[in-house]
Design a protein around this ligand. Structure first.
Ligand code: SF4
Ligand code: FES
Length: 250
């Protein structure tokens, strides 16, 4: 396949970015999207240029770092996959592909396609943990009975990889899908009960402090989420927040 890439290039956080065009040739349809960028970078380097900066780590859909907009869609045209799991067979020979970073106030661009997602880390620090008894009377987690439906819902919420596609694709740059997945994962399990109320209050407060927008029930986040995190989690988080707010005022 021969392709034209139109890529957002931005030297640093303060520089003005622009779209730059590159031609790539002899791309195999079996290559992943990131391997295709590797090929593009190879030819940029040979010509003495600065390779396109992009985040990547696991390249198997686990770490959530390979975040980018491809032809106006978070993680590209395929559903339920990350950019590293996207294959070039999803594109046509001769196609022009636009590649851009996430666009959200809370995710400032660091360079080219790399954005700063540390806002997510700070939301997790605000409450995404559980207290564990380490006094010598530690209870084996496998010995705690958990209803199957709760375990399944908690597991589904736990599959969120923190990629930020939900924020990038939301017209309000809302992080509600991400935060609600993290709140739900712990609120559904016995181990998460100790900080249940303070967790949801603190994580939502931090989410607001970071400059993420609110949810207006459009549902774009659920469509673009590579892990198909359900909007049900947002409804659950709203219920958790409401009840924790009422109890905190008692
Ligand atoms: S909810 Fe989905 S889109 Fe949002 S950070 Fe988690 S995995 Fe990514
Ligand atoms: S590189 Fe880890 S999810 Fe894509």
């Amino acid at each position: 396949m021969n392709l034209t890439l139109r890529v957002w290039r931005q030297k640093n956080a303060n520089a003005k970015g622009k779209i730059v065009e590159y031609k790539v040739t002899d791309i195999s349809p079996e290559m992943s999207f990131l391997e295709m960028i590797d090929v593009a970078n190879g030819s940029i380097i040979v010509k003495g240029g600065d390779p396109i900066a992009f985040d990547h780590d696991c390249r198997e859909g686990i770490c959530g770092s390979c975040s980018m907009y491809i032809n106006g869609e978070a993680h590209g045209p395929a559903r339920a996959v990350t950019t590293c799991q996207l294959h070039m067979r999803e594109f046509k020979d001769g196609e022009t592909i636009y590649i851009e970073p996430w666009r959200a106030k809370a995710f400032p661009v660091i360079k080219d396609l790399v954005v700063d997602r540390s806002a997510f880390d700070r939301v997790i620090q605000a409450g995404g943990y559980v207290s564990v008894n380490t006094s010598g009377n530690t209870l084996d987690a496998n010995a705690i009975p958990i209803p199957k439906e709760d375990a399944d819902d908690a597991f589904s919420a736990a599959t969120c990889i923190g990629c930020g596609a939900c924020v990038a694709t939301c017209k309000n740059s809302s992080a509600m899908l991400f935060v609600s997945a993290k709140v739900s994962q712990l609120a559904l399990l016995p181990q998460g009960q100790v900080e249940r109320e303070e967790r949801v209050l603190n994580m939502v407060d931090q989410m607001d402090l970071e400059g993420f927008g609110n949810c207006t029930n459009t549902g774009a986040c659920e469509v673009e989420c590579p892990k198909e995190i359900s909007l049900d989690n947002i409804a659950r988080m709203n219920r958790e927040y409401m009840s924790a707010s009422v109890n905190s005022k008692k």
